[in-house]
Structures are given as structure tokens and as C-alpha cells.
Ligand binder design. Structure first.
Ligand code: URA
Ligand code: SF4
Length: 185
């Protein structure tokens, strides 16, 4: 991890800026390569992530790993994975606006330091935050956007694919293919 990313990680490990600090076992800062061309941004840690301190290690994470391998021939260690909020919302409830606002500077710094070519936002929370919109993921996906000099590709959250809604997983696959094309230029 780079020096600066380390410093922010340390800050997050002690952060009590919002009420999520009271319930967490530990914050989940993010994992992967500081040189990553590809960054994934999810919503927030679940129970497994809270327990292990690593993002996307539960069922959604397993699906993400599979799609990454099958569509991009890539292992997660080559990308960088983080979340909108670094601490688990109790009972996996949605993160609140004030929690997202408190936590966003950490994510912005992660993006600035890593400077990926492509950011894939997973689901409504990450997509709406970065694109600064209230429009839903179903409408937003299928296009690419610009965010801090990176190409942003919005896609569904893997949990939506696990719920089995028609077409979700196929759309996620197509979005990862597009990410690969852009990265390989
Ligand atoms: N869902 C998320 O949004 N993030 C995780 O890290 C795990 C599940
Ligand atoms: Fe701090 Fe973010 Fe955790 Fe809130 S969610 S306590 S802002 S690290």
C-alpha cells in the first residue's frame, strides 16, 4: 500500500465521525493494488466484511470474483475494491445520508491516490454518490460517465443478481466487458 493510502487507512481505523462507528467490529477500508486500473465501489460492509475487515468476502463478493475472472480474466488483487461507507450499517440497513456524507472524503482520497482508468460502481448508493444524482441504477447503466478523470461504468450490485432478477447478471457481464475494453484501450 502506498504511504498516503496507509495514512488514510490508519485514519479510518480510528474514525468515529458518524454513528456507524458504534456498531462496527472494525472498519473495512478497501483492498487491492494501489496501481489498479480498475476500482470497484460497493455500498458498505456486511457481516462477513465487518468480521474480516475485507470488502466483498461474502456471497456478493464471491459472485464479483467469479464475474471478474470470467469476463476480465482478472484476479481481485489486481484491482482495488472499496465501499461508500467503511463501517457496517447495523442489520445491513441502508447507509443514511449523513453517514455517506461523513465517509465520502475517504473514498474521494482513495480515488485520487489510485487514479484508476475505470471505476465500476456497484448499485445505487455508489453510483448516485459519484454521479451526484437521484436517478436509479437501471436508468443510469448502459452508459459511461466521467468522474475525476476516470471512466465510470455503473452496474448493478451483485446482491441484485443473487436475488435473481432477470437480466441483471447478463448486464453486469456486459458492463465488465466494457471495462476491459476501456482498460486495454
Ligand atoms: N456489499 C457491499 O456493498 N460491500 C461489501 O463490501 C460487501 C457486500
Ligand atoms: Fe468514519 Fe466512515 Fe466509519 Fe462513519 S462509516 S465512522 S465516517 S469510517
Amino acid at each position: 500500500m502506498s504511504k498516503t493510502l496507509n495514512l488514510i487507512s490508519k485514519e479510518v481505523s480510528e474514525c468515529t465521525k458518524c454513528s456507524l462507528a458504534t456498531h462496527r467490529k472494525q472498519p473495512v477500508f478497501g483492498t487491492g493494488s494501489v496501481n489498479a486500473d480498475l476500482m470497484f465501489i460497493g455500498e458498505g460492509p456486511g457481516a462477513e466484511e465487518d468480521r474480516l475487515g475485507v470488502p466483498f468476502v461474502g456471497r456478493s463478493g464471491k459472485l464479483l470474483d467469479t464475474l471478474l475472472l470470467e469476463e476480465m480474466n482478472m484476479n481481485r488483487s489486481l484491482c482495488y475494491i472499496s465501499n461508500v461507507v467503511k463501517c457496517r450499517p447495523p442489520g445491513n440497513r441502508d447507509p443514511k445520508l449523513e453517514e455517506i456524507d461523513s465517509c465520502r472524503p475517504y473514498l474521494e482520497k482513495q480515488v485520487e491516490i489510485i487514479k484508476p482508468k475505470v471505476i465500476v460502481t456497484l448499485g445505487n448508493f455508489a453510483t448516485r454518490l459519484l454521479l451526484d444524482t437521484k436517478i436509479g441504477i437501471t436508468k443510469l447503466r448502459g452508459e459511461t460517465y466521467e468522474y475525476l478523470g476516470c471512466t465510470l461504468i455503473p452496474t448493478f450490485h451483485p446482491a441484485a443478481a443473487l436475488r435473481g432478477r432477470a437480466g441483471v447478471i447478463e448486464n453486469m457481464r456486459a458492463d465488465l466487458c466494457k471495462a476491459k475494453e476501456i482498460i486495454n484501450g
